[in-house]
Design a protein around this ligand. Structure first.
Ligand SMILES: [Zn+2]
Length: 311
């Protein structure tokens, strides 16, 4: 019995899908759960995974129906993390039960960057608004401790957001509020630790070395210590690399989710290798989707396969 983690090859963006199996202990009525963290859907570019096709092919019941998304976590609503949300929301076969959002005032400056950006932003506003079809959850490190860590949930601990990072994102040093379009929403993105019995998976969010990682390193040392898999912050770029934190995390595997070009220009592979030489670095851009199986039984090894996807 294991938890499957899919890191999809979506180019300069993120899409991680975690599949928790049905419980065999504790509350056995709890069904399997699927958690999608961010989306960067590529319906036309054959170099990258079409997320919706992948979801429909891989998350299907025996009777052919598509499994629901139990929990969608939007780490932060920048374009490369919500791209395709409109298509996902409007797909008649896919449902989202819970939507994790941040408590923020950010708005995009324009929709120029990508053709579906405006539609995706509207879908995001819709999914997080009062009339949302999903249950909207806005939580933070200070929220009731262990709220998403109990047996009914999936042992999720929240590293970020927290009060301090939220304040940094919204206010300038002189105490005045940033304009909505200038809010540094990535500095309060969700970063999470998921515990699978004795193992930990760290999803590193999007923040930079300072203030984001400095804050997590200062406040969450026990939680981040010795993780099996680290999804590198900020797409594995230098901007999100924090040497002391990475040494403490001491991961067996590090995953970069980025395009080849961005990774070549900004990737921090050298810094990670120097900090944790034993870790295996895997990139979604070479050659494709990475699927881990993390067994509940600690005597069983973590296995992974990496596959070149087909659109
Ligand atoms: Zn990003």
């Amino acid at each position: 019995m294991s938890v499957k983690i899919h890191f999809l090859n979506v180019g300069a963006g993120d899409c991680t899908i975690i599949h928790f199996p049905a419980r065999t202990r504790g509350d056995k009525s709890l069904n399997e759960r699927i958690m999608m963290v961010d989306i960067n859907h590529n319906p036309t570019d054959r170099n990258y995974q079409n997320v919706i096709n992948y979801y429909k092919e891989n998350f299907r019941d025996d009777n052919g129906s598509i499994k629901p998304i139990f929990r969608f976590i939007c780490t932060h609503p920048h374009q490369d993390h919500i791209c395709g949300l409109d298509a996902l929301k409007n797909d008649p076969d896919i449902t989202i039960a819970n939507f994790w959002d941040l408590a923020h005032d950010f708005e995009p400056e324009n929709y120029d960057y990508y053709p579906t950006h405006e539609a995706d932003w509207k879908a995001y506003k819709n999914l997080t608004g009062e009339k949302s079809t999903a249950t909207v959850i806005r939580t933070s490190r200070e929220d009731e401790p262990g709220k998403y860590w109990n047996n009914e949930e999936d042992r999720i601990s929240i590293l970020s957001p927290c009060k301090e990072l939220r304040r940094y994102a919204h206010y300038k040093e002189d105490g005045t509020k940033r304009e909505k379009t200038k809010i540094e929403i990535d500095e309060m993105s969700y970063a999470l630790v998921i515990q699978i019995n004795s193992r930990k998976i760290l999803l590193g969010g999007e923040g930079r070395t300072t203030p984001f990682w400095e804050n997590i390193y200062t406040n969450c040392k026990d939680l981040i210590k010795n993780c099996s898999i680290l999804k590198a912050s900020h797409h594995g770029q230098e901007a999100g690399f924090h040497e002391d934190a990475v040494k403490l995390i001491n991961p067996e595997y590090i995953v970069f989710s980025n395009s080849e070009k961005e990774d070549e220009d900004y990737g921090a592979e050298g810094s990670y290798k120097k900090a944790v030489p034993k870790a295996t670095i895997l990139k979604t851009c070479e050659p494709g989707n990475i699927v881990f199986e993390v067994p509940f039984d600690k005597s069983e090894e973590i296995v992974f396969k990496q596959v070149i996807h087909g659109q």
